[in-house]
Design a protein around this ligand. Structure first.
Ligand code: ZN
Length: 185
């Protein structure tokens, strides 16, 4: 793309680059993952004029900031889903967990990023982390249910018999089921 750099003082360039960074993090996450460094490199290839207008330090700071950020609109939306599922499938018994929809799930994981980069259950911090990448797809609801079943059974692994039993119960009640999507995770 060609940008007329004279039209962009520092702030308009940043205003233009911010949504672009969000877009590319979501896309790159969907294609196998990215981190602030990789996103930064990619931005210089994809949007050299905007990056030039902002300078290396600012582009890197923006990449880091957005990697660490949460989309509150979506977090609120899935928080409501958590409450609905809690009532519908668990008789409201689950303790309240904060649901966060973020750009970079591994960045929010305390232990080494060995798990799935699309979602994460932080039992100690009482939060469920979901990735922007899948927002709007039924897959996210399945992941939410997956983690809610862990909360209900106080389990952390997918081969724990009590978790498997709980998933069977939920499936029979017609809860969103990750196995419909190929049984990943
Ligand atoms: Zn699991």
């Amino acid at each position: 793309m060609n940008y007329d750099l004279h039209r962009y003082a520092c702030e308009p360039a940043e205003a233009a680059l911010r949504p672009t960074i969000k877009y590319w993090i979501v896309e790159l996450m969907d294609c196998g993952g990215t981190n602030p460094d990789a996103t930064y490199d990619f931005l210089w290839e994809e949007e050299p004029d905007l990056c030039e207008a902002l300078g290396e330090d600012r582009v890197f700071a923006l990449s880091e900031e957005i990697h660490g950020s949460e989309e509150l609109f979506h977090s609120d939306w899935y928080q409501v889903r958590f409450d609905q599922f809690n009532k519908q499938f668990f008789d409201g018994r689950l303790p309240s967990f904060r649901v966060r929809v973020v750009y970079d799930v591994p960045r929010r994981m305390k232990e080494a990023a060995s798990g799935d980069h699309r979602s994460h259950l932080d039992m100690a911090g009482r939060q469920i982390i979901l990735a922007m990448t899948q927002v709007g797809s039924q897959f996210v609801e399945c992941q939410l249910m997956h983690h809610m079943a862990h909360v209900a059974t106080e389990t952390s692994t997918d081969d724990d018999p009590s978790w498997l039993e709980e998933m069977k119960r939920l499936r029979n009640l017609g809860a969103p089921d990750i196995e419909e999507f190929g049984g990943e995770q």
